[in-house]
Design a protein around this ligand. Structure first.
Ligand code: SAM
Length: 346
């Protein structure tokens, strides 16, 4: 079943040559374009999608606790969206969950980071290769150094680099100065391979591939958020604006520079706020760590609501309960009452 919208046929092997006629045919598929939005077929590993952690990637800022709130907003509003697009995918927690739970039928992931985009593309459409390659990897500090210094050009090697560094580096940070889990001397109780469990990762990667093979995860774009938003009407113009929901989880205001290769400066936060104005041709939800700059940017905008979400969690490796305050801004009309959040403005 061919479901991709960019014409790159599912399972095309990198390095495998395609004739120009084949390439042209691939570019034309699928036809008619509406066929990509056919009802998804059944999932085989339903138990995986009931689990709270589905993503093979660990990600700073992963928004797992916000997903039930986003889900309740989507369910409360009509018509139900048929497509979710996540332009700052990172670990893609939200989209994987919405697709796996059947809250939205179809989804597209996008991220500016070539390693992240290559990872999702490969997990979705070339999973066998990724799983086999992952099993071949020696999980050692020497190998960590090798991946850190490498500059792969091919999609597959970028995907493997992303997976390896994400699962073996402190906090899952791919770029910058973060070191390997357990330190260079590996004297800690937590060694470099402690988050590289092959069985769990295999099951989660297969889960992503299944979301793609059943027609749920439609595509992955390596793109800046502006391009991703502009692509929506170009690629999915057959949908009504109300049938599309965009979930945006941009880099942090304060800490992003340490966590991601691509962070935002203040002008980019306000550019994004301007793009999410009253004319946005889709419904959207935006999450941020609670911050005065962001409160100011989204204050008192007609047709939008800002929710304050506060949750308690215990960080990995700590005994202490921490409170995390987040903002969820949305143009969904109906905000159901809930004790999960406080409505700051609507
Ligand atoms: C906060 S993380 C997303 C975390 C994700 N929601 C999760 O739950 O794992 C932000 C992501 O935005 C990406 N990013 C940064 N600048 C971007 C840009 N200009 N356009 C698209 N993606 C960008 C980063 O590469 C990073 O993966």
């Amino acid at each position: 079943m061919i479901r991709r919208t960019d014409g790159d046929p599912v399972g095309t092997q990198e390095g495998q040559s395609m004739g120009s006629q084949q390439k042209a045919a691939a570019r034309r598929m699928p036809w008619p374009p509406e066929a990509v939005l056919d009802k998804p077929s059944a999932l085989t590993d339903e138990a995986l999608f009931r689990h709270s952690v589905i993503s093979p990637l660990r990600y700073p800022g992963a928004k797992r606790q916000l997903v039930p709130v986003i889900e309740s907003l989507i369910r409360a509003n009509v018509p139900p969206p048929r497509l979710v697009v996540e332009p700052f995918s990172g670990g893609a927690t939200t989209t994987l969950r919405l697709l796996g739970a059947g809250v939205v039928e179809h989804g597209v992931l996008a991220d500016i980071d070539p390693l992240i985009a290559a990872f999702w593309r490969t997990a979705a459409f070339d999973a066998r290769w990724l799983i086999d390659a992952m099993h071949e990897e020696p999980v050692t500090v020497a190998r960590w150094d090798w991946w850190r210094a490498s500059n792969p050009r091919g999609r597959r090697e970028r995907a493997l680099k992303c997976l390896f560094l994400n699962r073996t580096t402190f906090s899952g940070i791919l770029h910058g100065r973060a070191g390997p889990i357990g330190g260079r001397a590996q004297t800690s109780a937590y060694k470099i391979g402690c988050r590289f469990g092959l069985d769990g990762l295999t099951r989660r990667i297969k889960g992503v591939a299944e979301l793609a093979a059943t027609g749920r995860l439609l595509d992955v774009w390596e793109a800046d958020w502006r391009t991703a938003l502009a692509n929506i009407p170009k690629r999915y113009g057959m949908l009504e604006p109300s049938e599309v929901v965009v979930y945006l989880d941009p880099p942090y205001v304060d800490k992003a520079r340490w966590l991601y290769q691509w962070s935002f400066d203040s002008s980019e936060h306000s550019d994004l706020a301007n793009a999410l104005g009253p004319d946005a041709p889709y419904r959207w939800c935006l999450s941020y760590d609670d911050n005065q700059t962001i409160r100011g940017l989204y204050r008192a905008r007609p047709g939008q609501a800002t929710l304050h979400v506060s949750h308690r969690y215990t960080a990995a490796g700590s005994e202490k309960r921490t409170v995390k305050d987040e903002l969820l801004v949305t143009n969904f009309c109906l905000i159901p009452g809930s004790d999960r959040y406080r409505v700051l403005s609507s």
